[in-house]
Design a protein around this ligand. Structure first.
Ligand code: AHR
Length: 623
């Protein structure tokens, strides 16, 4: 195979081509990116059994020292948003230490090099110390302690106390740790005391208050993505009325955030709210595609046209909150919450998968246009994205989001799917994933295999070759907790103390890192697409050729000849990504680690001509 890469003649590439989708799915937010380490910190509902519900309990909390704990609604409550609290009853005659501990989200990361701070709201009589510490379930050892001094009576109502910031005395040997709050039992004997909004944070990315987990944010940062779509996804829609994601219930004091049953089986605390998401996007340098709810619940209930007005008003208020200056009502509210400057938003997606459960007709009939007209009238330069193909309008500033899931073979077959696509309006593929191998159409494969990742990469080449019309792509889902069933695909999986970078993660990272500003035509001689696929782009300093071997030949006897037209270069950098077999997967560091490897070598050539050979039948190479 000979590939001649032209020096001109292609199209302008989208600068946003590689993005990410954030929604709270299987603990991407709570117990994931969101830095809160305590689970069920404010008794906002139940996540038991895979179905989020408003049933309140003290799950993930355990008493010790003879005390008992129970869910409680006695007055005064801390706020109407958090009407349930935890009561601790301490038997008369108690002399020793009493308290409770939290399980965390499948444990805690205890890192002696990092800073932590604990806090709680308490109601009741107590004058004494609260010791807060990590304990290893493996060794029983105390891994580091901090304390807070409390001196309050029940007449003071709810009082918030913070511990001193502390670094653990030693790191945990694994994530199997708990976190304790302990009290002098003799001072509480015969009494009941009440707790709400207990909290434990490790230092966050960029040291943000109420911010995000450092290691996971680093993972996102290192992907080099260009945009983030938030806050979802199905999670924005809500399973049923009235549980759509509501922006104004995710801002301000944490005591004023009621949370909601998420669509993916877990209660969302909404501690990771609109401003926290925007802050994270800003810190990561990501353009935001803001999702707004468009009147369809996942159970198929649709808001009628006559009743859509308040939802439209809510969206316009949200936009004023994000985009308005301080002279506007909601802009002033944002400024008062510590964000004086408006956020730049150029893209708004109207709904999510609005074809689901019978939503198509109403989307075309009035839902899309209601939001489109309202937003366009006030913010004419914002691009509005539809979720149904074909787009309801083709006027300027309107684009489309396609979601593509399927098996490995399907993704390979999509390589040329956009070659003949209409250029009437830009297209995002804001969700895609090969969810199982080519030979397995049933169920999802938990970790992406090399074969699946190569198939996704082939699909991405097709996006890149057509990046005059394909504006962006994002994998669904971005982050999930490794311990949370079901074991579905995600770019990154995490536990309390580890991160699993899938092979798909490395595909997206490498592709985003090596992307030109324009495409270049490639002419093939002695062969066509398959088993080798390619795409070429260029920027002012480099020509970049991406090659994928998919069940192809290896070795120098099967080398490709690459000729970069007009180049006099005698050396080129070759980056390869592969793994031992098409079924290879990456794993958590503690469970064997990564099977994939990335290799960088320098190729010698002459006058822009290079010989490239694959070492593996499934391999990604970037020249
Ligand atoms: O990415 C996971 C989910 O898949 C999204 O929430 C939804 O939009 C899609 O169906």
């Amino acid at each position: 195979l000979i590939l001649d890469v032209a020096s001109s003649g292609g199209n302008q590439s989208s600068s946003l081509l590689y993005g990410v989708l954030y929604e709270d799915i299987y603990h991407s937010g709570d117990g994931g990116l969101y830095g809160e380490m305590l689970r069920n910190r404010a008794f906002q509902g139940s996540s038991s059994g895979g179905a989020a519900s408003l049933a309140r309990n003290t799950d993930y909390w355990h008493p010790f020292g003879g005390a008992t704990i129970a869910i409680d609604t006695s007055s005064p409550i801390i706020s109407s948003s958090l009407p349930y609290q935890m009561r601790m009853d301490v038997p008369a005659g108690t002399k020793g230490t009493v308290g409770f501990y939290n399980e965390g989200f499948w444990g805690f990361d205890v890192d002696a090099t990092k800073r932590y701070v604990a806090s709680l709201y308490m109601r009741g009589n107590y004058s004494g110390t609260v010791n807060c510490y990590f304990q290893s379930n493996t060794t029983g050892q105390n891994l580091g302690l901090t304390s807070m001094s409390i001196d309050q009576t029940s007449s003071a109502g709810w009082v918030q106390s913070h511990s001193a910031t502390f670094q653990p005395s030693q790191s945990g040997s694994n994530g199997n740790n708990t976190f304790y709050f302990t009290f002098d039992g003799s001072k509480l004997a015969g009494q009941s005391v009440y707790f709400n909004l207990l909290s434990l944070f490790k230092q966050t990315f960029n040291n943000r208050f109420n911010g995000v987990r450092e290691d996971l944010a680093d993972s996102l940062f290192n992907m080099n993505a260009k945009y983030i779509r938030l806050p979802g996804g199905n999670n924005m829609e809500g399973n049923n009325s009235p549980y759509e994601w509501k922006w104004n219930r995710t801002i301000g004091s944490l005591t004023d955030r009621p949370g909601r049953p998420g669509s993916w089986g877990d209660i969302n605390t909404d501690g990771f709210g609109l401003l926290e998401m925007m802050q994270m996007a800003q810190d990561l340098g990501l353009e935001v595609i803001l999702g707004i709810w468009a009147g369809l619940y996942l159970d198929g209930e649709v808001i009628s046209e006559a009743n859509l007005q308040p939802y439209k008003v809510s969206v316009m208020n949200e936009l004023e909150f994000l985009l308005g200056d301080k002279s506007t009502t909601y802009g002033a509210q944002r400024a008062a919450l510590g964000f004086p400057s408006p956020f730049p938003i150029k893209w708004i997606e109207i709904g999510n998968e609005d074809y689901l459960n019978g939503g198509t007709d109403s989307y075309y009939a009035y839902r899309f246009m209601t939001f489109y007209n309202a937003i366009h009238a006030v913010y004419p330069s914002i691009n509005l994205v539809s979720t149904i193909n074909p787009n309801p309008v083709t006027s300027k500033g309107s684009s489309l989001d396609l979601h593509i899931y399927g098996n490995e073979n399907y993704f390979v077959s999509l390589f040329d799917t956009f070659d003949q696509a209409s250029r009437k309006y830009p297209v995002f593929v804001n969700e895609y994933a090969a969810t199982n191998t080519g030979s397995n159409n049933n169920g999802q494969v938990g970790a992406q295999t090399l074969g699946m990742s190569c198939a996704e990469a082939i699909f991405l080449l097709g996006c890149e070759r057509n990046s005059d019309v394909i504006v962006g792509s994002a994998y669904g889902a971005l982050i999930k907790n490794y311990n949370e069933a079901p074991n579905t695909v995600a770019v990154i999986k995490h536990t309390a103390n580890e991160v699993l970078y899938t092979i798909s993660y490395y595909v997206q990272k490498l592709f985003a890192e090596h992307m030109g500003t324009r495409t270049l035509p490639v002419t093939a001689t002695n062969g066509g697409f398959g088993p080798v696929y390619w795409s070429a782009t260029a920027n002012s300093s480099s020509t970049i050729l991406k090659l994928i071997n998919y069940d192809g030949k290896t070795g120098s006897s099967n080398a490709l000849q690459v000729n970069i037209k007009g180049s006099s270069k005698t050396s080129a950098t070759l980056i390869t990504l592969t793994a031992p077999s098409s079924k290879s997967v990456n794993n958590l560091p503690s469970l064997g680690g990564e099977s994939s490897t990335i290799t960088t070598t320098t190729l010698s050539g002459s006058a822009g001509s290079f010989s490239v050979s694959f070492s593996n039948p499934y391999e990604i190479a970037i020249l």
